[in-house]
Design a binder for this molecule. Structure first.
Ligand SMILES: *[C@@H]1O[C@H](CO)[C@@H](O)[C@H](O)[C@H]1NC(C)=O
Ligand SMILES: *[C@@H]1O[C@H](CO)[C@@H](O)[C@H](O)[C@H]1NC(C)=O
Ligand SMILES: *[C@@H]1O[C@H](CO)[C@@H](O)[C@H](O)[C@H]1NC(C)=O
Ligand SMILES: *[C@@H]1O[C@H](CO)[C@@H](O)[C@H](O)[C@H]1NC(C)=O
Ligand SMILES: *[C@@H]1O[C@H](CO)[C@@H](O)[C@H](O)[C@H]1NC(C)=O
Length: 261
């Protein structure tokens, strides 16, 4: 029911805006929906602004707005190995009513990049597949779902109450960070790290496993092994190592590329 409704919506929107049904990637509504709608799990990927810029090869392109002091959203990603599409248009006006929240919780940290461009990229890469689910079946619904989930998981607070503070001096064992998160997330998460110029491991992302219905956790047998090998899934960084300690670096607004140098 909702499925049909949202295809109809996309169809109508496409016609209204003059989009055609297929594009040069061979994207076609019926087919795309069929190919990329059979996912059962999602990842809410949060990024830590303090270490985000360490992972970038171009050392001049990062900028962390002073208002950003907290974990931000990288994306809400259905776990599928097929393709999403750029055939479901998104316009800035779609997001107007939640723009203040998105600006705070889902900023681009790339200098000069309009935040909407980041949101649009995420919608094209991931949101159009998420949109197969009626609860996320429009650009606004998808971004609202991500914001709601981000607020539900108050990572800063659980870390703080476990004594895990951003620092260039103190580093933490994998298990210490993991234990702090367990109260909130169970074991439904992955930690990603980047290696800085001095060989230190810095925590950069937290991927929270969710079911399609936006509840925490996803049955392991439903997780698609092939998914974990996708290039875009792995980038940036790598799983945080367990054989060395991990830095949770402070946000350095003046020198975001080398926050601890
Ligand atoms: C989903 O559909 C794609 C394309 O038809 C297929 O390759 C993939 O195995 C399916 N995944 C699941 C979990 O059914
Ligand atoms: C790095 O980014 C800046 C700003 O966008 C650009 O001017 C410069 O050419 C980039 N450098 C490299 C090596 O890509
Ligand atoms: C981080 O966000 C949470 C809500 O998600 C909020 O309770 C907390 O005060 C924020 N911390 C900072 C330092 O902004
Ligand atoms: C959400 O999906 C999970 C896994 O399929 C299921 O166990 C759970 O009962 C569902 N929760 C709700 C509220 O529908
Ligand atoms: C930790 O293990 C990884 C891979 O297993 C290895 O490459 C790395 O050198 C090890 N680091 C330390 C500090 O032992």
């Amino acid at each position: 029911m909702t499925y049909n409704k949202h295809i109809l919506w996309a169809f109508t929107a496409a016609l209204a805006t003059g989009w055609v049904l297929s594009n040069d990637e061979g994207c076609y509504y019926g087919t795309v929906m069929k190919h990329s709608c059979n996912w059962t799990c999602m990842l809410l990927t949060l990024q830590w602004p303090g270490s985000f810029c360490i992972g970038l090869t171009n050392k001049t392109i990062c900028k962390i707005p002073l208002t950003i002091q907290n974990w931000t959203i990288h994306g809400l990603w259905p776990m599928h190995t097929g393709h999403c599409c750029n055939c479901w248009p998104i316009f800035h006006s779609h997001l107007q009513e939640i723009e203040p929240e998105l600006t705070q919780l889902w900023p681009s940290l790339i200098k000069g990049k309009h935040f909407f461009n980041f949101w649009r990229e995420e919608w094209i890469k991931h949101g159009t597949c998420a949109g197969c689910d009626g609860a996320m079946g429009s650009p606004l619904l998808y971004f609202q779902a991500a914001v709601k989930l981000r607020k539900l998981f108050d990572i800063n607070s659980v870390l703080e109450s476990s004594g895990i503070k951003a620092s260039c001096e103190v580093s933490y064992k994998y298990d210490d960070i993991s234990k702090a998160l367990t109260s909130l997330l169970g074991d439904n998460f992955d930690l990603q790290c980047v290696t800085d110029s001095k060989g230190r491991e810095a925590w950069i992302q937290l991927k929270i496993h969710l079911s399609r219905n936006q509840t925490i956790g996803c049955p392991t047998e439903k997780q698609d092994e092939a998914f974990y090998n996708l290039a875009w899934y792995k980038s940036p960084g790598h799983p945080c190592p367990k054989n060395t300690t991990i830095f949770f670096v402070p946000i350095n607004y003046d020198n975001p590329h080398e926050p601890c140098n």
